[in-house]
Design a protein around this ligand. Structure first.
Ligand code: PMP
Length: 365
């Protein structure tokens, strides 16, 4: 029996997508081969990759001013590839520090350039996102980097920063990519690993404004040079074919959520808002559970919470597992619990969790 899987990533995949992948596993559309066995340059896989990119562009409304790259190496590799590709003649970049993942980006970028931390939530223990009025951007930065959703701390931007025209906004969207509509024209580059809202590990999606291509450092590996990847339609080297196929199935699944009055991502966003509302309401209703993030910055994707009695943590997790609520343990750096409720988590999964929260408190509170 499948459980409700609250893992932060790799994370739950829509069951419908897994069913399609299972049915097509051995023989894709009657071609007598599995997707895993196809040449990435063959007719069949070209069709799969082209459709995946077209669906992604449709969902996010991405114009031809932007290149869509299917890469590997995860967001962690992008932490190095962003400065390697975007610094050009400039020597520094601006970063906003909102928690574990932006700190990780900053640490890696320091290997390549001078990093200006133009705002930080550290003094507030990363419980709020500094407002743009508190930022101190520099004039000579090559780009400004943010993490739109801190997967560990559970903070999410519910606004898009303004940047100067010559300083592109770069965003690590690993954990809220495809969870809501996006104003792509406000960004120079976004990147995300696929293993949260776009399928499975192995694929890193990069969307970059074309005028930013061609300024890479001479030592940037060719396979990770955005211009080269773009010119070769992500086929400079063998791309992660099965992960691209799976992402394509997820994009089709998202597209099926469109309603007469909402496009697909608006409908997905509405459902994500409702799921987050139900979960935070259950947590707020009781002093037995604690959340630490400022309300206006709460993530809709990752919800860290703490039991008032940490000695009950193990029991909470064990009983949850017995009820089919899996992977609720918080990140080791914070402790406590974390429920990740990405697109593929059904409302019924959130309701099962809130029922359990009330029931556990009744018995142990
Ligand atoms: N940034 C964020 C916001 C993340 O959530 C993660 C993964 N949890 C990463 C970066 C690192 O991604 P990867 O392990 O795919 O390199």
């Amino acid at each position: 029996m499948r459980v409700y899987n609250f893992s932060a990533g790799p994370a739950t995949v829509p069951e419908e997508v897994l069913q399609i992948a299972a049915a097509e596993m051995i023989d894709w559309h009657g071609c007598g081969m599995s997707v895993m066995e196809m040449s990435h340059r063959g007719r069949e896989f070209t069709e799969i990759a082209t459709r995946a990119q077209a669906d992604l562009r449709q969902l996010l409304g991405i114009s031809s001013d932007f290149a869509v790259l299917f890469m590997q190496g995860g967001a962690i590799a992008q932490n190095a590839l962003v400065p390697l590709n975007l610094l050009g003649q400039r020597k520094s970049a601006d970063y906003v520090d909102t928690g574990a993942w932006s700190s990780r980006s900053i640490k890696e970028a320091r290997r390549y350039c001078e990093v200006n931390i133009i705002a930080s939530g550290q003094a507030d223990h990363y419980t709020r996102i500094p407002r743009q009025s508190e930022w101190h951007p520099s004039a000579a930065a090559a780009y400004l980097h943010i993490c739109t959703n801190e997967t560990i701390g559970g903070l999410e931007y519910h606004w898009t920063p303004e940047t100067r025209a010559d300083i592109p906004l770069v965003a690590d969207m690993s954990s809220d990519f495809m969870s809501r509509p996006l104003e792509m024209r406000r960004y120079g580059l976004i990147y995300a690993g696929a293993q949260k809202n776009a399928g499975i590990a192995g694929l890193t999606i990069v969307i970059v404004r074309r005028d930013l291509l061609g300024r890479s450092h001479p030592l940037c590996p060719s396979a990770f040079d955005y211009r080269i990847v773009a010119e070769n339609e992500s086929m400079f080297n063998t791309p992660p074919t099965y992960s691209i196929y799976l992402a394509g199935l997820v994009f089709q699944w998202i597209l099926r959520h469109a309603t007469p009055d909402k496009n697909a991502l608006e409908a997905i966003e509405a459902r994500n808002i409702e799921k987050a509302r139900r979960l935070y309401a259950a947590l707020d209703a009781s002093a037995f559970y604690e959340t630490r993030v400022a309300r206006e910055d709460r993530s809709r994707m990752n919800v860290p919470f703490f039991l008032a009695e940490p000695r009950l943590d193990e029991l909470f997790l064990a009983e949850a597992r017995e009820r089919g609520l899996a992977q609720l343990k918080g990140h080791k750096s914070l402790g406590g619990m974390r429920a990740s409720i990405y697109n593929a988590m059904p409302i019924a999964g959130v309701d099962a969790l809130t029922d359990y929260l009330r029931d556990f408190e009744r018995r142990h509170g």
